[in-house]
Design a protein around this ligand. Sequence first.
Ligand code: UDX
Length: 436
Amino acid sequence: MIAHKASDITVTVVDLNAARIAAWNSDTLPIYEPGLDEVVRSARGRNLFFSTDVKGAIAAADIVFVSVNTPTKTYGVGAGRAADLRYIESVARTIAEVATTPKIIVEKSTIPVRTATTIQEILAANGKAVKCQVLSNPEFLAEGTAVADLMNPDRVLIGGERTPEGEAAIATLVSVYARWVAPERIITTNLWSSELSKLVANAFLAQRISSINAISALCEATGADVDEVANAIGKDSRIGAKFLKASVGFGGSCFQKDVLNLSYLCEHFGLPEVATYWESVVKMNDWQKHRFAGNIVKTLFNTVADKRIAVLGFAFKKDTNDTRESAAIDVVRDLLVEHANVVVYDPKVPAAEILHDVSGKGVTPNPRLSVASSAIEACAGAHAIAIVTEWDEFKTLDYAKIFAGMQKPAFIFDGRNITNLAKLREIGFRAFGIGK
Ligand code: UDX
């Protein structure tokens, strides 16, 4: 977006992974994201370059955005909750090794609070006496709407040291975003506020979904309708209408990771009650995913063994091919444990990805699991349909035709509340939503 909006700024994207860089230089970009092709095409070869020359690009740069991944640690202290900072550290060491001119180093990756200190210390201990400033500039875009979010962000957040050098670095980065973002939307803070705000923003968003999902179960028990409740409370301007859509559970690379990371930080700083409070957001989400699969089994007369179940959607939300932490993974696994024959269809996720997400990399996929190339094919002969991702095409399927080709009674479980349950019941389906 910087390259697209500011033709006088040269942006070089570097990665050690040559295949990935080749893909960025090809006609088929490695990520599916609406509008991304146009943005890349507008600038590539002009002032946007993709390269594997990491050191050369760092040496030439005035500003270095550190955008490496910070997955959840899988080993040692904090395993399963803390962020793994090995890639951040390795980038800091590379910068220290090759920098001969002062640079502004921008933390773009989502990281625990006080990571800037790590980068500063590594630079100070290894650098060739080059003065670098470290800024925090967390990314708030959501997948599926990344281009629109970058084009028109609610806010850009820049944190830095409150010293004259720090303020100067902040002003430089502000001037980059100011090319297309209104000044009142560019917020500057101290480093720690900025680092923490990213985790807290995601925790608050995830908390809203877990809250409405908790209420969805109460709605089902009482006869209330969760969409009506969400609409009624969302009209209160203090609550607001967004992120109150009850679902089979949130997924994605950020929410679970960041909430667990926040909770781990709280524990680290001697605040176990605060840690438990935030962890419950993730626990509620796990519960909701299992509740959805459990409801399918219960409703299908307490057994799905050898029954064909069509799972529509596998990505963690619509308009992305990303499956990280997708609710679909847990739902499919739960159904396989009950010996269902599960047929998955997703418009953008490749079959191989679905198979190894469910079974694990390198593991022979469960023979009860298969992937269809259309929704119609997945539903043919099925006992039940489970809608797990809210892809638009699932709203307008010919459900009468699908019903005709299914076992009877034919069940449909809409984990995203995107279908008209009353119409489905008219066709003959036994239809269930979330919180309905
Ligand atoms: C999130 C944050 O929104 C973004 O600001 C941050 O930079 C990265 O993490 P992302 O994970 O891409 O973005 O997707 P998001 O739109 O937030 O959705 C996350 C999950 O919550 C999805 O599985 C989505 O389907 C689910 N969701 C969202 C709901 O179940 N109900 C809602 O009301 C909203």
